[in-house]
Design a protein around this ligand. Structure first.
Ligand SMILES: [Zn+2]
Ligand SMILES: [Zn+2]
Ligand SMILES: [Zn+2]
Length: 171
């Protein structure tokens, strides 16, 4: 009787060990999932570079653009970088139209900024993903730290996104 009780108390100990092993293994896939997601983002960025003509590995941003007169006159106040797409509510990594300050999604989501360029002819946009400035009409990146008209809005967006002023870059 006493032996039976002792042997029947053994299994629960084994069960506890097994369940803790299961917990440990359960955490692994989450960790791997995060690596996988980062990998996918990187692939999307590379795909973006290809579309924008970065297949040579490095694209020189332009230091001039004929479309700067179309910039909004009030870029001191802009929507925050987490503003959803005005059209489809996509929550992040959207573009800010620098002509009318509308926030719209990228060509990899629902192309609402690209459509905006076609319909409104607003060609200048700032990426809330990496703060690059793109001119649809020039089909080129613009160097927002060199072009005087773009520098203030770049700095404002940087502060909104990172909570501090951008590091000084010698030109
Ligand atoms: Zn959208
Ligand atoms: Zn616009
Ligand atoms: Zn341009």
């Amino acid at each position: 009787m006493a032996n039976q009780a002792a042997s029947s108390s053994a299994p629960p100990v084994t069960l506890i060990t097994k369940s803790s092993q299961r917990c440990f293994l359960f955490n692994l896939p989450k960790f791997l999932t995060r690596i996988f997601i980062n990998h996918v983002n990187q692939q999307q960025r590379q795909q973006e570079d290809l579309l924008y003509g970065a297949e040579s590995g490095w694209v020189e941003a332009r230091t001039s653009c004929d479309h700067l007169p179309s910039l909004s006159s009030d870029l001191a106040h802009i929507p925050t970088p987490d503003t959803p797409c005005h059209t489809c509510q996509h929550p992040e990594e959207n573009w800010l139209c620098l002509c009318c300050k509308e926030v719209l999604c990228s060509r990899f989501v629902n192309k609402h900024m690209l459509n905006h360029y076609h319909h409104a002819n607003h060609s200048l946009a700032l990426s809330y993903s990496d703060l690059s400035v793109w001119c649809f009409a020039c089909d080129a990146y613009l160097d927002a730290q060199v072009i005087q008209q773009l520098r203030p809005v770049y700095e404002t967006a940087y502060i909104l996104k990172f909570g501090e002023a951008p590091p000084f870059r010698s030109i």
